[in-house]
Design a binder for this molecule. Sequence first.
Ligand code: SIN
Ligand code: CO
Length: 395
Amino acid sequence: MLPLPSPHTLLGGLGPERFLRHHWQRQPLLVRQAWPDLRSPLDAETLAGLALEAEVESRLIRRTGDLWQLEHGPVPEQTFLALPETDWTLLVQDVDKLLPDLQAVLDAFRFVPAWRLDDLMVSYAAPGGSVGAHVDQYDVFLLQAQGRRRWQIDRRPDACRRERDDTPLRLLERFEPSDEWILEPGDMLYLPPGVPHHGVAVDACMTWSIGFRAPTDRDLLAELLQMLLESGEPERVFADPGRAPATHPALLDAGSRRQGCTLLRQCLEGLDDGLLERAFARAASRGKPGFQGRAPEQAVSAESVRAHLNAGGRLASHPALRVVLLEDGDSGWCYMEGDEFRLEPEPFALLSRLASERVLSMAALRPWLDRPDCMGLLLDLINQGHWELVSDADG
Ligand code: SIN
Ligand code: CO
């Protein structure tokens, strides 16, 4: 397992509070030796091995002069064998979920809620390799894991953000850097959404991108609609008393248009915050499709859980699991992969504890194991594949 730096070191001495106040979503931050002595447990061959697989999201980007070529994975082995010495980059998404050794990288960023985390993307670039100058719509920490990369950014508010339409990548039409650094292993650059940036490998190098996500208004509205459909609440119906005679059978007249908009607005305004918060929590708990936990081959029993923990075994959450908790006094709502359930105080406390760390041992869980309601919850979580029993050898 990777030794993690303290949040203080990772954030260049700022500490989470100051970082979040001054930089998060606001302005870039370069941290030299954010992760001192970082040794990547991952090499280029392993990364290429992942990109061979059909279910892994990967991209190979090649550049010849100003000609850019994008190939989505799976990348055939022959393609790797024929790659030139320079000017290409291989990018693999969700490495945290694919390689258990690397899950711990995300633990260093727990000063941001886990439901905001998207994934660890790893890129390996030959000298000169780059994905071009572009803008991302999410927060990202770019951690240099091997070799050196030159990063240029344009932090000016009026930076050009128009995209070219002559390449398969979303490259910027124009890029004029305001800042430039060469990052060495262990150095890190934080970028908020919307900052134009351009990284070019100085020598063969590997960059880890810890990327975040944020629900959009459409995500939330889709979730809210789903909840309304399931709620059994009475529906409001379009009404048109005193309407004017129709001038054309197909025309949506001005009065009807107004009334339709009012109906929609009143629907949203009539909803209490509790329901809106639950829709938000449900949306935030949805993981990436394709990574859901799988039920164990054989259902586990209370005895086997106790025996496992007593023997020094541990309980680990599925790498793609996103738990969201909404407190309501001592009890609360819990969300996982869009499922919502209400928990009484003790089971709620157990779930909060479970969701507070990726891996837990008997010492952390003992207070709940003799309560039938808590043990019942634990067994459900394990038998649905959200948590699993692991030994030290599994990490
Ligand atoms: C890279 O790792 O090459 C690109 C990461 C980024 O610019 O978002
Ligand atoms: Co980017």
